[in-house]
Ligand binder design. Structure first.
Ligand SMILES: [Fe+2]
Length: 161
């Protein structure tokens, strides 16, 4: 029950964060450019303003705890790239999350949104982004995974909450 309540709280926060998100400011764009390049940067910029904002906020929290860990900051910036296509708005995203929680059927676009982690990981792999970025995109909703540095993963996981 607590897990579901946390999920609902997260959903509400995410919905309003998405609706009121502002484009990145120049200093935030510079932060992204300082940590991503080539095809990995291109994937970042394909995201909606709201998803870019969420990624930069997540990466900022990671940078506070792990300022010299460029791989972790890259992973935070790229963890949700799987959401860029197909793009569905905040209402459909919320409905998809509720349908998923209730284990009810959903449209193909909603299913792609639900599966944005593994789909994004494949895109990051194809773009030859860092290993941690690929792993965190694939498993970012998982609190712990085998084979990962537990402390580093915790920082990433909590930054995304
Ligand atoms: Fe996220």
């Amino acid at each position: 029950m607590t897990v579901r309540l946390n999920k609902v709280r997260h959903l509400v926060r995410r919905f309003f964060g998405h609706v009121f998100a502002r484009p990145l400011r120049p200093a935030e764009q510079d932060f992204v450019d300082g940590h991503l390049s080539g095809a990995c940067a291109e994937l970042f910029w394909l995201q909606s303003d709201a998803d870019q904002r969420h990624a930069v906020n997540t990466a900022g929290r990671v940078a506070e705890k792990l300022p010299n860990d460029r791989e972790a900051i890259e992973a935070a910036l790229l963890h949700d790239v799987g959401k860029w296509r197909p793009y569905i708005g905040p209402v459909s995203r919320s409905i998809a999350t509720i349908l998923d929680l209730a284990r009810l059927p959903m449209t193909n676009d909603m299913r792609a949104y639900r599966d944005h982690g593994p789909l994004g990981a494949l895109q990051l792999e194809a773009a030859r982004c860092g290993r941690l970025a690929v792993e965190f995109a694939r498993h970012h909703s998982t609190e712990e995974i085998d084979g990962a540095d537990a402390e580093r993963w915790k920082v990433l996981y909590e930054a995304d909450s």
